[in-house]
Ligand binder design. Structure first.
Ligand SMILES: C[S@@+](CC[C@H](N)C(=O)[O-])C[C@H]1O[C@@H](n2cnc3c(N)ncnc32)[C@H](O)[C@@H]1O
Length: 206
């Protein structure tokens, strides 16, 4: 049962998936609040949340950017459904939530001022090419925020139980992102072991 529950963190599916997506909103509240202090988007910014899960971060972003627009994307039908419910008041106005994969983002080049990815890159099929997709949709000088609870690749507590999960250290992420022309602008760790990394889409390469 625990294994089934954990699999649903990778891709919420069915009734259990819906329950897990809702649970992530409360379970990730602390790391989300901490992680979001590392960016300061303009009030009218356009922000994308990849792997938006239950949509709590979209709701926070709507408050941080009162004149802006937030977009969520997740490849799980259940995550999209829960996110839409949680953000129903702004849906179709200042908020859009679509089902899709990070590997083929259905957005124009340079569409966003900031892109966030909380607790999700562990499950992306190919971070090298997926980060390239992020780079494409992020405007020159825009910020990419990655926030993860787990960043010790040698710790297999979760990777042994969740199929396809991979953990990235700070240096692995920095190397991947730098190779794509991102500039690492900040790295922070929380006393509870969380990692937050910010990178900017290098203006000179775009
Ligand atoms: C552990 S949850 C985190 C959800 C939310 N970001 C949070 O912090 O509460 C991971 C989410 O990423 C989504 N996800 C995983 N791989 C994805 C991919 N390749 N493309 C889009 N979404 C993905 C999952 O469906 C799931 O909703």
């Amino acid at each position: 049962m625990i294994r089934k529950f954990l699999q649903n963190c990778r891709k919420p599916q069915g009734r259990l998936g819906r329950f897990v997506a809702q649970g992530m909103n409360s379970g990730h509240a602390s790391i989300s609040a901490w992680g979001l202090t590392h960016i300061s988007p303009a009030k009218d910014a356009s922000v994308l949340d990849i792997g938006c899960g239950g949509g709590a971060n979209l709701k926070r972003l709507l408050q941080i950017c009162p004149d802006g627009h937030v977009t969520g994307i997740d490849y799980s039908e259940e995550s999209v459904a829960v996110s839409r419910k949680v953000n129903a008041a702004e849906l179709g106005k200042r908020c859009d939530i679509v089902q899709g994969s990070v590997s083929a983002l259905p957005f124009d080049d340079n569409a966003f001022d900031a892109v966030i990815a909380f607790e999700t890159i562990y499950f992306w099929p190919n971070p090298g090419t997926d980060f390239r997709e992020v780079c494409r949709v992020l405007r020159p000088g825009g910020v990419f925020l990655i926030c993860n609870e787990a960043h010790d690749p040698s710790n297999d507590t979760y990777t042994s139980k969740i199929e396809g999960m991979r953990i990235y250290s700070e240096s692995m992420l920095a190397e991947l992102l730098s190779g794509l022309g991102f500039k690492i602008t900040g790295v922070d760790t929380h006393k509870r072991g969380w990692l937050c990394l910010c990178a900017t889409n290098n203006e000179s390469t775009s």
